[in-house]
Design a protein around this ligand. Structure first.
Ligand code: 0X9
Ligand code: ZN
Length: 414
């Protein structure tokens, strides 16, 4: 009986539509010093009570994890019993979310039809910006609706093409596949803004086409604004918990490693590959356009990593040298602006193994040689909440890296 009541409370808790509050949620930092300690932390990765913001990836690398109130005592006891040092870096996540709400409301401007980098735009504002520029610049911008989300939102992007001729190489960019990674959509929007609205950048779309989808998981993104700030997944209802991690849902070595079959886990891979309408939409776009796509960039946060495949294995891709060397060029361009430095390497080797990601799929199935997952810089107390004032510096420095990508593609394919 007690179990049934517990189960009902849990289901009620996860399926509720009431805004979720993080009262009493704490964030811990731990630096694993032995293999056993790292294994212990990894063993918690799938448990819904633990939300890893920086996953265990190597000895002596800091792990950051948010822990629900009911689990903290036993977690701390375990850490003490294992003689592991830890510190609490956020005592009450709710207060950081409230601070962010307050800052958002102060920096918000009316942006319908225009773009803003002083606050985090809502999905309808993003969409209306894309419609507006497609109308204002019909010669170079074409609106694309690649599909609909579970809740019925159009997944909108733009094709930017300033030249003529067939056989033009395409750079495909997406952002926001993980809902809470708020800095990613502005980076994609800034690329659009610079390519279209800054005439000095016309040369960047002369020989190369760009397709940019700034918010690939709009249901999740809206949910982070209205209900649960740190939501990561889609919003598809499952029997016990909502949502699938879309970056575990692509059909390339699906579920092999670093993914969960627990519906309530943050890294739930879904009941089947491409169970999510959002990942299906990207899949359909990819299969229709795979011949022209020469570079794929997917923006995430946080941690300053320029990752490339594979995420499903520690084996290096055939063109590892090229992927690494291009990563170095991009990093140099970004670093020249502000000193921001990225770690470059395969997902498995520099971050952690996780199969079912879009980058692996694009390379492994669509045959796009150059695919990168860019973990943008963090900010604020949670890493996912850079102050609105840091949107500008991040989008501007990243833009320099994006131009370095363009130069390489033009040089190689035009
Ligand atoms: O775990 C992920 O999906 C990405 N990190 S995040 O913190 N933004 O969630 C990294 C994905 C790297 N690519 C693959 N593992 N394929
Ligand atoms: Zn992510």
């Amino acid at each position: 009986m007690r179990f049934i009541i517990f189960a009902l409370v849990c289901i009620g808790f996860v399926l509720t539509e009431e805004p979720f509050h993080y009262d009493g949620y704490k964030v811990y930092q731990i630096i694993p010093k032995t293999v056993d300690e790292a294994y212990y932390l990894r063993s918690l990765n799938e448990a819904p009570e633990f939300d890893f913001w920086a996953q265990p990836r190597a000895l002596n690398a800091t792990v950051t994890v948010m822990v629900s109130p009911g689990t903290q005592a036993s977690f701390e006891n375990d850490l003490l019993a294992k003689n592991m040092d830890f510190s609490v870096i956020i005592d009450d996540v709710e207060s950081t979310v409230q601070d962010e709400n307050f800052r958002q409301s102060r920096t918000r401007s009316v942006a319908r039809g225009s773009v803003s980098f002083t606050y985090f735009m809502r999905y309808d504002e993003i969409v209306s910006y894309l419609y507006t520029i497609a109308e204002a610049y019909p010669n170079i911008v074409q609106l694309l609706v690649i599909g609909q989300s579970y809740e019925g939102r159009d997944i909108v992007g733009v094709r930017i093409s300033g030249g003529s001729g067939t056989n033009r190489p395409e750079i495909l960019v997406d952002a926001g596949i993980h809902a809470r990674e708020w800095i990613a959509p502005p980076v994609a929007l800034y690329i659009i803004n610079q390519l279209v609205e800054n005439t000095a950048n016309g040369y960047l779309s002369q020989d190369v086409d760009w397709v940019i989808i700034p918010s690939l998981n709009p249901d999740g993104y809206e949910f982070t604004h209205t209900n649960t700030r740190l939501w990561r997944k889609t919003r598809t209802p499952n029997t016990s918990c909502y949502g699938v991690d879309p970056n575990r849902n692509f059909d390339y070595h699906w579920m092999l490693t670093g993914a969960s079959d627990n519906q309530c886990s943050e890294i739930y891979a879904g009941p089947t590959p491409f169970s999510e309408k959002e990942t299906q939409a990207l899949k359909d776009y990819l299969s229709a356009n795979e011949d022209r796509i020469k570079l794929y960039l997917t923006f995430h946060s946080y941690g300053n990593y320029l990752l490339y495949p594979w995420g499903y294995t520690s084996a290096l891709p055939d063109n590892n040298d090229e992927l690494y060397a291009l990563g170095v060029k991009v990093n140099n361009a970004i670093r020249a602006v502000s000193g921001t430095n990225y770690i470059i390497g395969t997902s498995t080797n520099v971050l952690y193994a996780a199969a079912g990601g879009s980058d692996d799929y694009v390379k492994g199935v669509n045959g796009v040689d150059l695919a990168y997952c860019i973990e943008l810089p963090g900010g604020g107390n949670t890493g996912f909440n850079p102050a609105a004032t840091s949107i500008w510096p991040i989008v501007q420095e990243t833009w320099e890296g994006v131009k370095a990508y363009h130069d390489y593609i033009k040089e190689k394919y035009v």
